[in-house]
Design a binder for this molecule. Sequence first.
Ligand code: NAD
Length: 377
Amino acid sequence: MRIAVARETRPGETRVALVPELVGALTALGYDVVVEPGAGLGALAEDADYEAAGATVEDRAVEDADVVVSVQPLARATARRLASGSTTVSFLPAAQELDLVADLRDLRISSFAMELVPRISRAQSMDALSSQSLVAGYRCAVVAAGLLRRFLPLNMTAAGTVEPAQVVVLGAGVAGLQAIATAKRLGAVVRAYDVRPSSAEEIASMGARAIDLDLPPLEGSGGYAREMDEERARLQRELLAPHVADADALITTAAVPGRTAPLLVTRTMVEAMAPGSVVVDLAADSGGNVEGSVPGELVRVGAAQVWGGRNVPAQMPQPASRLYAQNVVNLVALMTRPATADAPATLAPDLADEVLDAACVTHDGVVRHGPTRALLE
Ligand code: NAD
């Protein structure tokens, strides 16, 4: 059984799906690990590091593989080099990758999407959305701290007292809570808002103060937020405006699964912020929480600097890859019947297992993921 680590081809992707430290976890399952040359370079892992860990480095790694792992979806040209009956594991936003999904179906390649792993306790160790959000949330707080031209903590000195920075975080999911925790550790005074009722307790557990707008909660299924209607959105913006105006740094991380990110902060709200203030919009890539934010750019809105996130986990490729790789290894382990004294390891995904059932996009010439199948019909 051969498992290949693909070299990422999408612009700006620095992560790799398997790090040298975890090669041993796959060889222990009975896999030969084969790495495309240079696959780990963006994450500072050299080919020699993989070889020292027991992998081989080959140009034709993906052609002869039973399983190909990557962070981003494979390029269509790469997918066509795979053997029929092989398996891919990657992020695969199927609705945006319909041509690739159709190819995978027609080539009879089984594909598993990391973002479709259900958020249940048993699957926590495979939850790449959470691991990458953790990295992104931390990064957002550090970016905000770096852009601010002031102290975050209270400083009482012989030359006088410097007040701590005020940080406001909107959206307190995995990324938002990590941004809160990081800004707190740096000494800022942090307030946060989320539409889910359970978030107030989670915000408090990070040492921050939950902003209560006295609006009805917006909790949908699976512990996720629901989309706001326009009236509710307008009211929320109006009530958030004074909190935004008071913030030295505003960090926004709000998302609704399957939708563009909600617009939480208008240009007018940013223009009310004091000179020197900073806005970090993690959601810039998926529609933006902040009007005027641009993915991958630092722009000026009013007197504030507005930083738009683009593939933020890739800005910390080493830890992001390490965590993602562990998620991938755990998912691959769930699909694998390990070698025994009498039989070699086999890849045998049990699609009756709720984790594999949910994560499987294509299998056996069929698109199994219902919403994607509907889009292709
Ligand atoms: P997400 O990335 O989809 O959204 C980020 C946050 O934005 C969410 O907390 C959401 O409530 C918030 N949000 C949406 N619309 C908003 C608005 N208009 N104003 C303010 N905030 C808004 O969410 P996520 O980080 O992936 O996590 C969402 C939920 O899933 C959380 O409850 C989290 O605890 C839960 N979760 C569970 C597991 C598990 O059980 N294994 C794992 C991860 C997350």
